[in-house]
Unconditional design. Sequence first.
Length: 252
Amino acid sequence: MSDESGPRGPVEWLRWLWTTDHSGVAYVREVFTSVGAVLAVGLLLFAVSGVWPPMVAVESGSMEPNMTVGELVFVMDEDRLSPEAAQGETGVVTYQRGQTAGYQEFSNYGDVIIYRPDNRSGTPIIHRARLWVADGENWYDRADKDSIGDAKNCEQLRNCPAPHAGFITKGDNPATNDRYDQVTGLSSPVRPAWVIGTAEFGVPGLGYVKLCASGNGPCPLYVWSGPATPGELSASTGPAAPATTNSTRAAV
């Protein structure tokens, strides 16, 4: 500072604001520093992933045991770092192609995708891409017979023949998700345009920070009486969005 009368000029004011021990100024400075750090991390993750928000928090158990409630999952645009085993130009590896190529994500073959069922607004789903079907295809013979309910042929199988090309999807939890999403009516075959991104890795438990702060999902600090549908993801305006799993949903 130039004298005891206080800072003069913008540079001295900035230096004073950054270094003063005045309690009120120090508090505001800490708040802005924390917010700036969070935004910087979020923007960095967005630059890497190409998806906003770049993380989702799992709210329910449709992807257990490979994704758990409260897990924070990093999401990437499916077109980035597209594996050789991906289906065409979709950037997504299905379970069936993953078996052939030895490609795994989250302890099972194929990619876990975040998608909007039937391109509807609202909370997206996070489930594994199981197989790809062509427009009009009778995919009954290629389906896992344990995942199609009581259907004995294509005529008895919902979304068969396929109304359009897309992914057949399913949660990993056999207790809550024993049938394909396209058999339960959760969504028709998932078009590539409905896919928000692929799940890359998760940090167990860290998602509870977002879930507790937002009140949009289960939180160890209070009793959650939210959606009975396992597997939903709830959206976030910050770096982490809650995600639920029966249908694991991911809000963005």
